[in-house]
Ligand binder design. Structure first.
Ligand SMILES: Nc1ncnc2c1ncn2[C@@H]1O[C@H](COP(=O)(O)OP(=O)(O)OP(=O)(O)O)[C@@H](O)[C@H]1O
Ligand SMILES: [Mg+2]
Length: 241
């Protein structure tokens, strides 16, 4: 098992007080790893730290064995990290095609756009539609396609199902499930933790900026105490309360 991403004792935040504290974590090749936790636990902050979006960081973050220290966001994209933020992940006033055309760090743009349009047929149908007029699920697929354009080996997804109906959530999760087959590992934050863990390899549970449990996804799902606190019970849909 080859590790793509490794975090060692990462502390990060926005000011002098760290929001995430002493995080040890890894993602191996072609794995889907889900981060669950309460609101405000620091999940988005952790994802932003990996992407290089935070001013204050100590500890070590490595991509394929090389430190990301002092690498600006753009370099991290070139090195193979794709990022789909929770909000503002497409340009609303641009069409679907234009959204794909403006992505940076793309080798063979025309071929990659063709590939994305065949991977996401709904985008091909809607290629001349302005992104702000897409449905939530279509917009999320466009955000994915944008992130895939630069051929990432690791995709960071911050709540891909947020604000989506159960049906659209299924649709977006189906796209996430395909990523390992495309050679892309996934580190994903999800409120719908039970649903996400069902197709994940491993999971981490974050509380107050610390990892309280790291385990195989199936073991987390069977952990009654964790389910009650962080994951949600089967049958009941987990979501924001
Ligand atoms: N830009 C910011 N500046 C200062 N503090 C921030 C900023 N963004 C988030 N925080 C604080 O960091 C803490 C963790 O926030 P974060 O967004 O990482 O939580 P989260 O686990 O993603 O929560 P949620 O499930 O609600 O998305 C919160 O206390 C929040 O107030
Ligand atoms: Mg968040």
């Amino acid at each position: 098992m080859k590790k793509i991403l490794t975090l060692e004792n990462v502390c990060a935040g926005y000011g002098d007080v760290p929001i995430v504290n002493g995080i040890d974590m890894f993602v191996a090749e072609k794995e889907i790893v889900t981060i669950a936790g309460t609101n405000g636990a620091g999940k988005s902050t952790l994802i932003k730290a990996v992407m290089g979006l935070l001013p204050k960081l100590t500890g070590r973050i490595e991509l394929n064995g090389a430190s990301l220290q002092d690498q600006p966001v753009r370099r991290r994209v070139f090195q193979g990290i794709g990022y789909v933020p929770q909000v503002n992940n497409v340009f609303g006033t641009l069409t679907v095609m234009e959204n794909l055309q403006v992505v940076e760090a793309v080798d063979d743009r025309k071929a990659m756009i063709d590939r994305m349009l065949s991977l996401f047929p709904v985008l091909a149908e809607r290629r001349r539609t302005q992104a702000e007029n897409l449905s939530g699920g279509e917009r999320q697929q466009l955000a994915f396609a944008r992130a895939l354009m630069s051929k990432p080996s690791l995709m960071l997804l911050d709540e891909p199902s947020a604000a989506l109906s159960p049906a659209l959530t299924e649709q977006v999760f189906d796209e996430v499930k395909k990523l390992p087959r495309l050679g892309v590992a996934v580190l994903m934050v999800e409120q719908r933790a039970r649903q996400a863990l069902e197709f994940s390899d491993r999971g981490y549970i974050l509380d107050s900026g610390r990892i309280v449990l790291a385990d195989a996804a199936q073991s987390l799902l069977q952990n009654q105490e964790m389910a009650d606190l962080y994951i949600g019970r089967s049958g009941a849909r987990s979501g924001r309360s």
